[in-house]
Design a protein around this ligand. Sequence first.
Ligand SMILES: Nc1ncnc2c1ncn2[C@@H]1O[C@H](COP(=O)(O)OP(=O)(O)OP(=O)(O)O)[C@@H](O)[C@H]1O
Length: 437
Amino acid sequence: MTGIRLDSVSKVYDGGQLAVNELSLEIEDGEFMVLLGPSGCGKTTVLRMIAGLEDLTSGSVWFDRTEGTGLTPRDRGVAMVFQNGALYPNRTARENIIFPLRMAGEDLVEANAKASGLARILGIDGALDRLPRTLSGGQRQRVAIGRAIVRQPKVFLMDEPLSNLDATMRTELRQEIGSMTRDLKVTTVYVTHDQVEALTLADRIAIMRDGRIEDVGTPSQIYDDPATAFTAGFLGTPRINLMTATVRVASHHRVTLDFGSQSIALPPTDRRSMILRDHAGEQVVVGARSDAFHVTLDGGEANQLSGTIRTLEFHGNQWIAFVTAGIELLNPDLIGVTRSRRVRGGRPTSHSAGSRAHRTAGRVSALAAKARSVIGREYTPPPPEPLASATHRRSDLVLELDNVANLKAHDTIHLVVDVNRIHIFDQQGRRVDRVKR
Ligand SMILES: Nc1ncnc2c1ncn2[C@@H]1O[C@H](COP(=O)(O)OP(=O)(O)OP(=O)(O)O)[C@@H](O)[C@H]1O
């Protein structure tokens, strides 16, 4: 078994697309690591760089203590499964699975025994003697997984292996992938943009954005204690409410978060109060998932926000309420973000905040040098986009409600905010307090 280390890896494609930007990540021996992020953030490129299918522009890949950067895919001991695991059409499922073993000279009886064992784990033992065209999409994908894993690779790489399956099949195969990789204790890197797959399968999740890692941790760390507003917005349905607030410091150093016509207060002993006392008058972003609110009668309770129900949606086991409360809400995808990283004719095609780009000028200039060396053009880091940009705004608080017996559209609703459940971010979307990892 093998641990993987990515050491400041970057990829600039021909034509200047910066796909991966000085990304570092350690994946432990036997760990199931999920790379999660929106389309185009560089997940597949990272996977292909681990597999040796994509050259690195800079940085290095390590397998335990061996540098793998220059190794051929074959010498890396990795196996990969893609969205559409292509099979040999004229070979049965069994022949497909044992093919890599036979190529390696393994005895037919032993190879068949291994195929049968894997087929049992993957739930395709009844389909082993059928041709791929007679199998369902889910069965074909199971055969592809069996063929990839049969040689006991040191590292198993999966690129959205469930994305072409229907919902029932996805759930079943997801569970089988989880138990199989744990039984085999093989180090696995799994790419997806599906948060349910990430939360259910991963030992740890790396949230990617614009070619970088935004946050990395166990599923519960990432969900309950997100390092950035983007991470908080990527996990959870409905998405977290991100409200702009101004920090006010009243008498006795009491810190309130002022949303305009309404506000909430932090307890004086709250660590965040102590941090925010020095930032009176500045804007912050307050993240509150639905479970941070509870509906109350207008009892004048502390930390109460009031609004009007714009609409109620029925979702079977619950309702989703869209509440207009006169609070400016932000789109998590756009806080502190690089909107386009394309380097063309010396300038990116649009502005961005580059959430961490401002941290060290040195990093930016190193990247600039790399981009220049690849495409022979100047790279100018884009300036931050203002928080109040129109594209950032959303209009409603979005909440789950179990019971709407006494509520309907256009009613006034009163919500108490549990301040222990809110996260406070700076204008670039980073937590103002410390994240526990
Ligand atoms: N061969 C290539 N040449 C040029 N640009 C590329 C190439 N492959 C990928 N890219 C670009 O690099 C960026 C990262 O692509 P990548 O496929 O790694 O992202 P991803 O997160 O896996 O996306 P998706 O979830 O849509 O598969 C994208 O902007 C993509 O357009």
